[in-house]
Design a protein around this ligand. Structure first.
Ligand code: ZN
Length: 159
């Protein structure tokens, strides 16, 4: 079931989320709703606070299938990438944000089992972006500058 996405300006996006301790039906329904909401909005990631739940839960799909992350922590990073980034909670805007090129995240799955996932390029960017949400951080806090429509047109001309 799709849930409503909270937008920038709402205090709920600025809270530190609590760890998830119970891996029960309530979590599974949240994960299902978060995936539904992300796909419907055509996003590549969604964090629980974006649907008003202040828990450390994230879903990501950059085109290689759904990844569910409970209590995710970035355990290593490598390199740097710089590029355009948006957010379902910041509609119609994009910013130029520097992120690690590669990250490894340790998290728990829907049953509480620990696992690690390593992502490069877009997946690395997405993991960093979503995990920031769990600490009340938006990409707009970290961007070098806002990307305007003219900038995007220039980008297209280069291609
Ligand atoms: Zn976001």
């Amino acid at each position: 079931m799709e849930r409503k996405i909270i937008k920038i300006g709402d205090e709920g996006l600025r809270k530190i989320c609590k760890p998830m301790q119970k891996f029960d039906l309530r979590l599974w329904l949240l994960l299902r709703d978060m995936a539904d909401t992300m796909y419907k909005a055509e996003g590549v990631g969604l964090a629980a606070p974006q649907v008003g739940i202040l828990r450390r839960v994230v879903v990501v799909d950059v085109g290689d299938g759904l990844i569910e992350l409970v209590n995710p922590v970035i355990i290593s990073t490598e390199g740097e990438q710089a590029g355009s980034e948006g957010c379902l909670s910041v509609p119609g805007r994009r910013g130029y944000v520097r992120r690690p090129q590669k990250v490894t995240v340790r998290a728990q799955d829907r049953k509480g089992k620990f696992f690690e996932v390593t992502g490069e390029d877009l997946l690395a960017r997405c993991l960093c972006h979503e995990i920031d949400h769990l600490d009340g951080i938006l990409y707009t806090d970290k961007m070098d500058y806002e990307i305007t429509e003219e900038d995007e047109e220039e980008e297209e001309e280069k291609d």
